[in-house]
Design a protein around this ligand. Structure first.
Ligand code: IPD
Ligand code: CA
Ligand code: CA
Length: 307
């Protein structure tokens, strides 16, 4: 009978999903968890650690949800807030990642950069802070690992729905135990799109509204969820056909972008090139919808937003 390593299993599931005191793969098979085990056996240890960190950050968020009015909140700049929960979630993530990989570099939204080797963790501990602070139930944890700038692993975790989106380069994207594919919609006709408003960079509002006008009439609707990582995860999951947003930061997009490409979709900056982590402007979708968004918004872009 095959023995299984429970340190890895235990970090991936809350206790309600799997009993980590079980002893053998046979026990799991009897319980109907065989597909879960197959995936665990082949999962990269770095992805496992990222999942553990994301789940820990998710617990920090859930624990504080019923005392939002007591949180210490500071304004970083106009419409950009940080709370104890963002900071505590980020500290927990960094502690877990650094304990496992002390030499890796880190780029984290609230604490900035830690220089290390060519592996870099890109962390948004709470994507959707404004939603979270208002009790609006859409927010996530976003963790990506890049090697020399190449995205290798990604986790986006929605703690309220216990939805764990993961991807590894060349290995596809998953939601919990289900493989993800972007939609194959051929055009904007009937497409459900996601977007984000430039509420922190309001100098782009007019241009943004023109891109909105260009996409709105053909689409089936446009959603603004308030967490770019969730938007991108939903494109990967085929819940949205496409997504575009102006002036994001790398930690908003890195994990979600790998989810999209590993689900068979495309991510680019506004010129159609792959520099979205640098420019902050991103278009994502299945191949044809991505192309249609890029083409439709092109005539409306200011010089500052051409890439
Ligand atoms: C924000 C969310 C939001 C997007 C903002 C981001 P934060 O991240 O992703 O959807 O529109 O531009 O800054 O500040 O909640 O981590
Ligand atoms: Ca963010
Ligand atoms: Ca954040």
């Amino acid at each position: 009978m095959v023995k299984f390593s429970f340190s890895a299993v235990g970090s991936l599931f809350s206790d309600s999903h799997l009993d980590v005191t079980m002893q053998t793969t046979a026990d799991y098979c009897k319980m109907g968890h065989f597909p879960v085990l197959c995936r665990l056996c082949t999962m990269n240890p770095m992805l496992n650690i990222a999942i553990k960190a994301a789940r820990r950050a998710g617990s920090v968020m859930l624990r504080s949800m019923d005392r939002l009015d007591t949180l210490n909140i500071q304004s970083k700049e106009k419409n950009d807030f940080v709370s104890d929960v963002d900071r505590q979630a980020e500290a927990e993530i960094i502690q877990i990642l650094h304990h496992a990989y002390p030499k890796h570099s880190i780029l984290a939204e609230e604490s900035g950069s830690i220089e290390g080797n060519e592996y870099q963790w890109i962390i948004d501990p709470l994507d959707g802070t404004t939603n979270y602070l208002h009790g609006f139930p859409i927010f996530s944890v976003s963790i990506a690992l890049a090697f020399n700038g190449d995205l290798l692993h990604a986790v986006v975790y929605d703690p309220l729905r216990d939805e764990l989106f993961t991807a590894s380069k060349g290995d596809g994207a998953m939601l919990n135990n289900r493989r993800l594919r972007t939609t194959k919609r051929k055009s904007l006709d009937g497409a459900l799109l996601g977007t984000g408003f430039p509420f922190k960079q309001q100098q782009h509002l007019d241009v943004y509204l023109n891109t909105f006008r260009a996409l709105f009439p053909d689409s089936a609707g446009i959603r603004r969820a308030g967490s770019a990582a969730i938007d991108l995860a939903y494109v990967a999951a085929g819940r949205l056909d496409g997504f575009w947003e102006i002036a994001l930061n790398p930690w908003d997009m890195a994990a979600g972008a790998l989810l999209v490409t590993e689900a068979g979709g495309v991510c680019s900056d506004f010129s159609g090139a792959g520099d979205f982590l640098e420019t902050g402007n991103i278009i994502a979708g299945g191949l044809d919808v991505h192309h249609a968004i890029t083409k439709a918004i092109q005539p409306h872009l200011s010089d500052a937003l051409k890439r």
